[in-house]
Every structure is written in structure tokens, then in C-alpha cells.
Design a protein around this ligand. Structure first.
Ligand SMILES: [Zn+2]
Ligand SMILES: [Zn+2]
Length: 315
């Protein structure tokens, strides 16, 4: 039985607690004074205490989940609307593949996007926790290291990510683990902007830890991380667009040849091997995994519009 004092506490739990004024200390006191016979109230109270203990983490998780979904939906949505919608006729000759993604692929991509955002948010909570514990090298005042360092750290973060991505991506293509880790991503033989989050759980986890890893040895400002995450999703969505937006000659340009383009990654999706890089092509060139047809295909899709029979995109 619950005595009158406990009844008051239960009332507080409903009215005041939900209004956000019921403190964790009050919850713990109520748990301590609950009648042993009323196990239900005790258990509920205990769950509430746990929930209150975890609530900062739940709030961080929810915020990160929303932000991860928002950046994906906004960027992929804008690319789809603009390049696959409004400008589709003008860009028709620049399509990498004549085959369109099957309708079922979009549902698959959306389903996996939810799972990927869940994993990204969970690793974000871990990063937040380690940061609170002082284990990661985040800093809050740009003046601490200066503006030049801000740019340098962003560049190093991208450079490190590219190297990490190349090697983990190559590893994921090893026959012994491909099926379990990376096959989901390659279900999109014809990628679309929505393929950007098409990862199985293990692959999503592999990608999610990048900021956490770099922050263990490189001081990072919050705005660097924000810019990096936005840049990453734009690059990723463009890589899966299936339309080449860059000008003719870019793939052979002294600078352009070192950058991964939409055509570059599209070849990877179609051929399953080679062109493993994310931002830069130098690891592929250095390790002999650069696909030799890249330059000619880039020239073909960005070339002058010929009669359709002569300019049919490769499927
Ligand atoms: Zn792959
Ligand atoms: Zn891809």
C-alpha cells in the first residue's frame, strides 16, 4: 500500500514531473520511501529514475538522429529535385547509365537511411560522452589555435577520412566479409542521391567513427566538424547522383584528375571493383585500383550531344 505521503509523491510524478519540475532527487526519494508491497509503483519509479539519468543522452541522441536525417533528406532531396527533376532534360546526355534505379530501390534506401542515422546518432552520443569525460581533443575558442589551424584541421580531417575510407572500402570488398558488410551498398547498381545512406549496420558503424577517431589525436573545433559533416554528405550525394555535373576535361585536368567525381564512383557501382576512393583518386592510382576506362567515360558523358544511337550511355 502507498501511504498518504507516497500518494502525494505519485501525484507530483504525474502533474509536476511531466511539467519538468520534478527533480531526479525527488524521484530517488520516492523510490526510497515506496511501500515494499507496491512493487509496480516501485518498478515504475525505478524506470523513471533511469530515464531521468539517461535523459541528457536521449536528448543528444534524438538531436543527432534528427540532424543526420535532415542533412540526408535536404541534400539528397535538393539534388533529386534539381538535377533529376527540373534539369533532367538538359542533363539527359550526362547520365552515367541509361538504366534507372528500380522503384523498390528507393524504399530500400529509405529503410537503410533510418538504420544508418540510428547508428550515426549512437556513435555521436559516444563521442559526446567521451568529450564530456575529456578524452577527445575538442576546443571551443577558434583563437586557441587560430584561423589557419581551423582550415588545416578541416583539410587534415578530409585527408584522413579519404585514407580511412579507401582502405576500409577495399577491405569490405574482400570476399570473406563483402556479403556481411558491404553487399547492401552494392544493391544499388544504378545509384541515386538516396544511395548516400545505403549501408548495412557494420558498414555504417565503420563510417560513423571517423570524427571520434580523428578527435583522439587532432584538436577539432565544433564548426570544423559541422562543415565536414555537411561537406561529406554533399560529396556523397553527388557521388551517387548518376549525372556528371563537372565540365569536360576535368578528369584529365592536372588538379581535377586527383578528385573523385560522380562518374568515378558510378563506375565503382557498376563494375564492383576498382575506384575505391571517396574524395581523392591518389590511393587508387598508387595502389593500382584506378579503373582505366574512367577518363574516356568522363569525356563521353560530358562530350557534345550526338545523335542518340552514337551517344547511348553505358548501362
Ligand atoms: Zn564498394
Ligand atoms: Zn557508393
Amino acid at each position: 500500500m502507498i501511504n498518504s505521503r507516497d500518494n502525494r509523491s505519485t501525484t507530483n510524478f504525474g502533474a509536476v514531473g511531466l511539467a519538468g519540475k520534478w527533480s531526479l532527487a525527488t524521484a530517488r526519494r520516492s523510490l526510497a520511501t515506496a511501500d515494499a508491497a507496491d512493487e509496480t509503483a516501485g518498478v515504475l519509479c525505478m524506470y523513471y529514475v533511469i530515464a531521468m539519468d539517461l535523459s541528457p543522452y536521449l536528448n543528444v541522441w534524438l538531436t543527432l538522429f534528427e540532424l543526420n536525417m535532415a542533412r540526408y533528406l535536404v541534400v539528397a532531396g535538393l539534388f533529386s529535385l534539381l538535377f533529376l527533376g527540373l534539369l533532367r532534360h538538359r542533363l539527359a546526355s550526362r547520365r552515367n547509365q541509361s538504366r534507372r534505379p528500380p522503384r523498390s530501390q528507393y524504399w530500400l534506401e529509405l529503410r537503410y537511411a533510418l538504420s544508418t542515422a540510428t547508428i550515426f546518432a549512437s556513435v555521436g552520443v559516444l563521442t559526446y560522452t567521451l568529450r564530456q569525460a575529456g578524452w577527445l581533443q575538442f576546443y571551443s575558442q577558434i583563437e586557441e589555435y587560430g584561423h589557419a589551424y581551423w582550415w588545416l584541421s578541416l583539410f587534415l580531417l578530409i585527408l584522413f577520412h579519404d585514407t580511412y575510407f579507401y582502405w576500409t572500402h577495399r577491405l569490405m570488398h574482400h570476399p570473406s566479409i563483402y556479403r556481411w558488410v558491404h553487399r547492401v551498398h552494392h544493391r544499388a547498381v544504378t545509384p541515386s542521391p538516396w544511395t548516400a545512406y545505403l549501408f548495412g549496420p557494420v558498414e555504417a558503424l565503420t563510417h560513423a567513427v571517423i570524427v571520434l577517431m580523428v578527435a583522439t589525436f587532432l584538436p577539432l573545433h565544433g564548426t570544423v566538424i559541422l562543415c565536414f559533416l555537411i561537406f561529406m554528405v554533399i560529396w556523397n550525394v553527388n557521388g551517387h547522383l548518376g549525372i556528371e555535373l563537372l565540365p569536360r576535361g576535368f578528369a584529365r585536368h592536372p588538379i581535377g584528375k586527383w578528385l573523385v567525381t560522380s562518374t568515378y564512383h558510378n563506375i565503382h557501382h557498376r563494375r564492383f571493383q576498382g575506384n575505391f576512393g571517396l574524395y581523392f583518386t591518389f590511393w587508387d592510382r598508387l595502389m593500382g585500383t584506378h579503373r582505366s576506362e574512367y577518363e574516356s567515360e568522363f569525356e563521353r558523358v560530358t562530350g557534345p550531344v550526338l545523335p542518340r544511337s552514337d551517344n547511348a550511355p553505358i548501362t
